[in-house]
Design a protein around this ligand. Structure first.
Ligand code: BES
Ligand code: MN
Ligand code: ZN
Length: 499
């Protein structure tokens, strides 16, 4: 993959096509679009006047440049970006992605892109490159035929008046972010016979080695010693042993507040059958993505390691398979977690919270002062928020507000649900300290959160329920269907803004 930045006139850009962002209702006029109009011999103005292209978000059109003009590219692609007043840097990424996917199907290998974004150049370039990289991810890894093997190899980004170093820096950052998101998506897409907990730990280890992170994998014997009875209760029914993946990023120079440590903790259920509380067969295949929270942690840690912010970050992934078996946990079993709390397991399908309990407690023991956990935790969050917003809950309003705001900036929606003592009361057990489910049909997403909260001691904590947002069922102009790597961008930004 090749990236180039052009700070002056776009006409010399060495690419097969030129893609330009066009705002809603725009006409050719006298500026850039006027210049392009001349180069197309008037075709651009005609298209903009017609009903063929209105500049709506995601709209596309392809024109030809007049032969023997001064522009190197052969074709001009229009990418609608909607109202100018609402144009964000996240939209730059969407537009770059939409252009990439469109040109790819026409077998273009390169294009120059004019995002026409007035804000920060580095951020615009980062989003353009990230959109370029993530738009080309496909689900065809295991196809031996009919692979989508066409790809666009080169992006030339044109931002008038930018400095070459800003462009280069932004493009490089965007490539890292995009590749890290694709790393997350590849994991989420892996079939569960291939991505076992052991394999997930192996992938984490080789990623850590490449990116320069410390990686430690705790096996079941070690977890037993640490008293992680809650996590281990979930892997009992599987022949695949559980792994607790611990990644450490330590900056050369720490400019953060003294003693502060952020931990990212992810649910890595490589397959969720429900266990003895077996799920219905219909749609169970979707549960290969139940390790998406863990995959997000790994992708975010990869980006952090390569972009080197000046604050430390701890990454923890509980990789476990939830299977029914003679040895599996039963509804009504009681186990003890590593913080000494006893849990009555009333539904073995509420397993995500059981593995996160010991994981967040471990993060805090390792010195975490802020913890963000992420998990495909509840079907209820899909009913509440669909695939547009991730459910967010937490014990620290400032941390929650920050994630919501950064999400908006990055083009990722987060919507807060309440957690309060009244809800916590509903998971009190008759025979143990707590039970792993609340009252049937009531506030299922919140019940998952208040359960995890029982294992947070002093840390600031936010919980992201990504069950609805980690997978997208439909193809979009800038995005294949399938895993989304949701929250990677927001969490990376959270880390970078705390430097
Ligand atoms: N992994 C599922 C959550 C899920 C369900 C994600 C459907 C996507 C689609 C989780 O482990 C689970 O099974 N949750 C149960 C909790 C219930 C038993 C309290 C659920 O949501 O039904
Ligand atoms: Mn489950
Ligand atoms: Zn699950």
């Amino acid at each position: 993959m090749e990236f180039q930045g052009i700070t002056g006139n776009f006409t010399g850009a060495n690419a097969e096509a030129l893609a330009v962002a066009v705002f809603k209702g725009e006409k050719a006029g006298s500026g850039l679009l006027g210049e392009l109009n001349k180069l197309t011999g008037g075709a651009l103005a005609a298209v903009l006047k017609s009903e063929d292209f209105k500049g709506e978000k995601g709209e596309t059109a392809l024109l030809r440049f007049a032969p023997k003009g001064k522009v190197k590219a052969r074709s001009l692609m229009l990418v609608g970006v909607g109202n100018k007043a609402d144009y964000t840097h996240a939209d730059v990424g969407v537009a770059a992605g939409a252009a990439t996917r469109y040109l790819r199907t026409r077998n273009n290998k390169s294009f120059a892109f004019l995002p026409r974004y007035d804000g920060d150049v580095v951020i615009a370039a980062q989003n353009a490159a990230q959109g370029f990289v993530t738009s080309q991810f496909e689900l065809d890894k295991y196809k031996t035929k009919d692979k989508k093997d066409k790809s666009v190899n080169k992006l030339v980004l044109c931002i008038d008046g930018a400095t070459a170093s800003d462009l280069k820096n932004g493009l490089n950052r965007g490539q890292v972010v995009g590749e890290s998101m694709n790393f997350t998506r590849d994991l989420a897409n892996e079939p569960p016979n291939i991505l076992t907990p052991t394999e997930m730990a192996n992938r984490a280890q080789s990623m850590a080695k490449e990116a320069g992170l410390k990686c430690e994998v705790l096996d079941e014997a070690k977890m037993e010693k640490l008293g992680m009875g809650s996590l281990l209760s979930v892997s009992r029914g599987s022949t695949q042993p559980a792994k607790l993946i611990v990644l450490r990023y330590t900056p050369a120079k720490n400019t953060g507040k003294k003693g502060e440590l952020l931990a990212l903790v992810g649910k890595g259920i490589t397959f969720d059958t429900g266990g003895i509380s077996l799920k219905p067969g219909d749609g169970m295949d979707a549960m290969k993505y139940d390790m998406s929270g863990g995959a997000t942690v790994l992708g975010t840690m990869r980006a952090i390691a390569l972009l080197k912010p000046t604050v430390p970050v701890l990454g923890i992934v509980a990789a476990v398979e939830n299977m029914p078996d003679g040895n599996a946990s039963r509804p009504s079993d009681v186990v003890m977690a590593s913080n000494g709390k006893t849990i009555e397991i009333l539904n073995t399908d509420a397993e995500g919270r059981l593995i996160l309990a010991d994981s967040v407690a471990y993060a805090e023991k390792q010195g975490a002062t802020s913890i963000v956990d992420m998990a495909t935790l509840t079907g209820a969050v899909i009913i509440a928020l669909g695939d547009q917003n991730t459910g967010i809950m937490g014990n620290d309003q400032e941390l929650v507000d920050r994630i919501v705001a950064l999400g908006k900036e990055c083009g990722e929606g987060f919507w807060q649900l309440p957690v309060s003592k009244e809800y916590s009361k509903q998971i009190k057990s008759d025979i143990a300290d707590i039970k792993n489910i609340g009252p049937r049909g009531k506030a299922g997403t919140i019940m998952g959160a208040v359960f995890i909260q029982e294992f947070i001691d002093k840390a600031k904590w936010a919980h992201l329920d990504i069950a609805g947002t980690a997978w997208c069922d439909t193809v979009k102009p800038h995005h294949a269907k399938g895993p989304t790597a949701v929250a990677v961008r927001t969490l990376l930004t959270l880390v970078e803004r705390s430097q």
